[in-house]
Design a protein around this ligand. Sequence first.
Ligand SMILES: [Zn+2]
Length: 349
Amino acid sequence: METSRGWVVVGIDNGGTSNNATILDASGRFLVDRLVEMPSLVTEGPEMAVDAMAEALDNVLALTGTPPNAVRGVGLDTPGPASAAGVISSKGATNFAQPAWRGFDVRGALEARLGLPVIYNNDANAAALYAHHVRFGANAAGHSSISAIVGTGLGGGVIEAGRVVKGAAGMAGELGHVQIPMYGLLAEGQPLPACNCGFVGDAESVASLTGIERNLLPYWLTRFENHELSRIADPKEAAKLVRAYGEREDPLALKIFEQQAIAIGRLFTIAANFFDPDTYFLGGGVVETTPRFRQWFLGMVREHTALREEQARVATLALVPDLDMAGARGAAIAALEALQAPVRARTSL
Ligand SMILES: [Zn+2]
């Protein structure tokens, strides 16, 4: 098979409960068109988790009938915070709670386990890279984009000339922790929203599930007394339900999503002046919804993204495609590019 199809790279998207794996051949074609998931075992600690990544790789090879010797490299993405070289933050991370994860070199450990080069990105950067490549294809290197992905937090990625901007410490593209103006966003008497990172009034403090739980829902429940959501005891559960209420045009939920859309629009306005990208990608729960609610939300984001006339003529607001597969696919693209341009890749690690 290696002679007929050439060599391949494997992309592994590591998450809290599962690893999703994909295969990309040297011509840039994905050999898998769906989720191929295996348990990630991250809660069992690094050793078990690295074994689980190797199993995810073996599994996707077996599934596609790809011989192991065709694999020339592996792209790995995990949730952060982690360094550009794939070392988990010394303070730990939400997904990597066990103490053994602190400061653990997950990229290096997988590389040693497999005996293959492993190219690392955080999950939001991998998804951003995939979105960019789907949109621009062979012209990826001629364009720039940013991606904002709303989930538990607000993940981000910045792509310049087709490549992930990683930054000196690996912390470029942390769009969630960019502070945005709160004037005109908050209602009268609404407390300043706080973020887990210690900032007040950053994008994630509003535009994330955590932002709903900690900041937006507690305030709006005081303004809509006797709302059904006030009877849900667990704040996490209540926060998760807000989107379904939004889809039914519940006034409280619409207030919350309006504030999220304004926050994202203001974040994109900062990006416009800082970076001026071709495309602003938006992904996550806020747009994985009914077409009607998505259009309403995107319209609101567009309304609050202040572009100059010249920018508005060339820039586009678009959705991150295939979000559930975007991490694995972006990780694979990064690996393929690193192997095809080894000198540039080495300087970016
Ligand atoms: Zn923050």
